[in-house]
Design a protein around this ligand. Structure first.
Ligand code: NDP
Length: 445
């Protein structure tokens, strides 16, 4: 007889055709759970535990019409997938990128269940977004889209129901427009979104949290394996929220980040990326990375991909899914990489991840290493609930503690199942255990 895990993987592929990223995420998690399921396979099968895990509680798809500056009407598609509320209200970001479709949102929402569980905070898993592309749009066009998007989404979310946040293409500007529209339509000033501006309920250190958290967990992992992060050379992909603050924290910890990239090209700056220049280009002026050489003439800009060809000790993919291929993994290994930690969600292909692990590279999957963002969103929710505002140092200290604890939590889970050093299995198992425990106690819902 086919194992229960294989049966469910097969069903997911059959019932969700044309969703390869979702298949990839489910396969990875369920493969890790094999030893857990094997301990009690009959009961798992009887209670349809895995079917309940891989089927979202609810998925919402809606029309988003908006008018551009020339008077032309556009129609985009909006999504919100409310995946699991086993341990808390749904929580996860909103991605605005032309590549967005239901399968992408489902993969992200599925990953989010385990990530949120690993933070130790009471937050369930969800994700949303749209195929709208904010790039090249005026502020008014972005506002028109965000207001239209929220006019529908507001029916399904709330501070105790579902609390979206930012993701690719959704930064402070977009969150602000969405929050304003929610408040107007619902008549509620409540913490319904995280990543808000500081003047209206946002948390200090939320902007920095994903990148900083990534470096905190890498530092801890390296320390536990006898390495010091100071003096290490780091390659980073992406030039958005996660990449910028990963580069900044790497520098603060004495390491040197020498690359960054966007979807057109990449920068190599052997003296270390100038993070102030990067912030000015990306956060303030919303320009392309071709501008970087104006600030740092000694740096190199190349079109296309190439970040992973630069020799490094630590590689941090911080752009998007499946951006680090098997070929890239081979190059990194040949160049002596010690650690690869994912700032983005699922940036390494399955083949790349397997190669890194088989070659003894310390490899942290995104659901563990980028959990600092959602963890700090959880801290923003706490501050909103108690109507208080914590200091930067207080939030940052809590973030660091969460990431260090998370590392030991996944390390312990891997050891318990004889998979020492396999942080993919450790993260999936540890994330699942809490969710399963909560599901078991809440009946068949
Ligand atoms: P941003 O939109 O701020 O930045 C994304 C960066 O990645 C940009 O430089 C963008 O380049 C590049 N990028 C995006 N898509 C592609 C693509 N298809 N090919 C090449 N480059 C691409 O997003 P974030 O920094 O917030 O998110 C980056 C990753 O981190 C995502 O996987 C996200 O899900 C994940 N993440 C984010 C968290 C957060 O708190 N923001 C929390 C946890 C995970 P360009 O501008 O040219 O498109």
């Amino acid at each position: 007889m086919m194992s229960y895990v294989d049966e469910v993987i097969e069903r997911v592929i059959k019932e969700n055709p044309s969703e390869p990223e979702f298949h990839q995420a489910v396969r990875e998690v369920l493969n890790s759970l094999r030893p857990v399921v094997a301990e009690n396979e009959a009961a798992f099968r009887r209670d349809a535990v895995l079917e309940r895990l891989v089927n979202p509680e609810r998925q919402i798809k809606f029309r988003v019409p908006w008018i551009d500056d020339a008077g032309q009407v556009h129609v985009n598609t909006g999504y919100r997938v409310q995946f699991s509320s086993a341990i808390g209200p749904y929580k996860g970001g909103l991605r605005l990128h032309p590549s967005v479709n239901l399968g992408i949102i489902k993969f992200l929402g599925f990953e989010q269940i385990f990530k949120n569980s690993l933070t130790g905070l009471p937050i369930g898993g969800g994700k949303g977004g749209s195929d709208f592309d904010p790039k090249g749009k005026s502020d008014r066009e972005v506002m028109a889209f965000c207001q239209s998007f929220m006019s529908e989404l507001c029916k399904y979310i709330g501070a105790d129901t579902d609390i979206p946040a930012g993701d690719i293409g959704t930064g402070a500007r977009e969150i602000g427009y969405m929050f304003g529209e929610y408040k107007k339509l619902r008549g509620l000033f409540e913490g319904v979104l995280t990543g808000k501006g500081l003047s209206y309920g946002g948390s200090l250190a939320r902007t920095e949290a994903t990148g900083y958290g990534l470096l905190y967990i890498v530092e801890e992992m390296l320390k536990c394996h006898g390495h010091d992060i100071a003096g290490k050379t780091v390659t980073v992909s992406g030039a958005g929220n996660v990449a910028i603050y990963a580069i900044e924290k790497a520098g603060q910890l004495g390491a040197k980040a020498v690359t960054c990239s966007d979807s057109d090209g990449w920068v190599y700056d052997p003296d270390g990326i100038d993070v102030q220049a990067l912030k000015e280009i990306k956060e303030k002026n919303r320009q392309r990375l071709t501008e970087y050489r104006k600030y740092r003439p000694q740096s190199e800009y190349r079109e296309g991909r190439g970040v992973w060809s630069v020799p490094c000790d630590i590689a941090l993919p911080c752009a998007t899914q499946n951006e680090l291929t098997a070929e890239d993994a081979k190059t990194l290994i040949a160049n002596g990489v010690i650690a690869v930690a994912e700032g983005a969600n699922m940036p390494a292909t399955s083949e790349a991840a397997a190669l890194l692990q088989a070659n003894g590279v310390l490899y942290l999957p995104g659901k563990a290493s980028n959990a600092g963002g959602v963890a700090t969103s959880g801290l923003e929710m706490s501050q909103n609930s108690e109507r208080l505002h914590w200091s930067f140092d207080e939030v940052d200290a809590q973030l660091r503690t969460i990431m260090v604890d998370l590392y030991h939590h996944i390390d312990d889970a891997a050891k318990r199942y004889g998979r020492e050093g396999n942080y993919v299995d450790g993260a999936n198992i540890a994330g699942f255990e809490k969710v399963f425990d909560a599901m078991s106690m809440q009946g068949i819902v």
